[in-house]
Design a protein around this ligand. Structure first.
Ligand code: CUA
Length: 157
């Protein structure tokens, strides 16, 4: 008889965990607005140098405290290598790769994208604390993978 009671308890705990996880997932996506980096479109990886906005990588101010960072990750560097924004800025990263698959991770943040030839990756983040972040390629991309990094500096006003 006791076995049946335990089974019911474990079943209940299992269902409770599932409901709690689904609720957390819903809260994160619907209330906190956390999403996977989006696939924003496609382009010909061989035409990157002449396809806007990737023909002119860099940081652009689109509104007060809002920036757009166009990044090209290629063997084995990020263009631009350094990004500087004032504290409190929201930065939308728009990135791609002309050659092989690279990673794009800004340390100390949840920014973590894949840069895939032929695809445009996009994600946004608001930098609330001044400081320096390392930008890392976290996808093995060949001989110079370990040299592929950049800096993101959040400046005090
Ligand atoms: Cu690019 Cu590893």
């Amino acid at each position: 008889m006791k076995v049946v009671v335990y089974e019911k308890v474990f079943l209940g705990v299992g269902i409770l965990c599932l409901v709690a996880c689904l609720a957390a997932l819903f809260y994160a996506s619907a209330v906190m607005g956390i999403h996977l980096p989006g696939r924003e479109g496609e382009l010909d990886p061989e035409e990157i140098a002449s396809t806007p906005p990737f023909d002119d990588p860099g940081l652009r101010r689109v509104a007060p405290k809002e920036y757009e960072a166009v990044v090209v990750g290629k063997v084995w560097q990020f263009d631009p290598r350094e990004i500087r924004v004032p504290v409190g800025s929201k930065v939308t990263f728009i990135a791609t790769s002309p050659d092989v698959i690279h990673g794009f991770h800004v340390q100390g943040t949840r920014i973590n994208m894949m840069l895939i030839p032929g695809q445009i990756s996009k994600t946004s983040y608001r930098f609330q604390i001044p400081g320096e972040h390392l930008i890392l390629c976290h996808e093995y991309c060949g001989f110079g993978h370990h040299l592929m990094y950049g800096n993101l500096i959040v400046e005090e006003e």
